[in-house]
Ligand binder design. Sequence first.
Ligand code: SF4
Length: 354
Amino acid sequence: MSKLNIIPVFVPHYGCPNDCIFCNQRKITNQNYIKDFEETRKSIEEYLNYFSNKDNETQIAFYGGSFTGLPMDVMKEFLSIGKSFIDQGVVNSLRLSTRPDYIDENILNILKSYGVSTIELGVQSLVDEVLITNQRNHLSDVVYSSSKLIKEFGFKLGLQQMLGLYKSDFKKDLYTTEEFVKIAPEFVRVYPTLVIKDSFLEKLYLDGKYKPYSLNETIELCKDIFCRFYKNGIDVIRIGLQPTDNITLGKDVVAGPFHPSIRQLTIQELYKDAMEEVLKNFSKQDIDVCVNNKELNYLVGNKGSNKKYIIEKYDIKNFKVHGTKDDKITIQSNKDMLELDIDKFLKSYRGLIR
Ligand code: SF4
């Protein structure tokens, strides 16, 4: 896949009319549209100067809100700012995120005419009971019809899933993952639910009516979810919210499995499991592992955690890891030379619930 230069534009919510129980954004109102348009243009210009590799494909991304739920004139103004950079030849396309119930043919025709190529839907769950109790204001049928329409129009489709919502559980989360696989988006983002200050979920949490997943539970579930997407060629581009000044424990995050690198933790756990499959017969030996430089972090783990775990568990005296340019992972012991086929391992991974 060619590399992308992404220019993020955070579109404020302008007083979202919805009332999802995990969100505290609906209170934000009275935005100054004109000021935001000016700032958007300036910030895009700054980003364009900043990119070192100008040959990469460049995309402006309208994140942070339900973009197609903006008042029509405001949405078109943002789009025309984006389009003006496409017309200058300095940006290739636009992308945006929105709600599944804010998609129809008219909207898609407009988006197409301004150069939008990628649409992400904040789906969160495909279990109707979960959508209802979280006050999403639409049911799962809308997700299937919007996704179909987006694909028919030739846009790239991304879907966002939330894990551990109120009234959800591992089984329901995995059902949503399986349904995503059937819809076949190009990519997904997975967000474990956090308890955010001033949300209704905070009240449920403080009243003892909602318990978020722990970080360990989240990683176990994410291993399963990651492999299901991997097996079906669906890119998991993010797991977990991006930390910001406010999105962090002790600020806006009251409770929940917050960690800045859940995707890394998930994949490194899978590499650990894969290594264990091979190394369980290799205790009390010297081990030399060769792995591609790009996978080195996953294999060794954060701060060498996987390496330490294996050394202790299998009583290994010398455990050396070598970064290579080769695609294969090889494990050399006192006795044997073995190959660890990580692709096969991920595709055949049997997780929590089948
Ligand atoms: S999560 Fe729900 S309430 Fe929050 S901004 Fe999105 S649609 Fe509105």
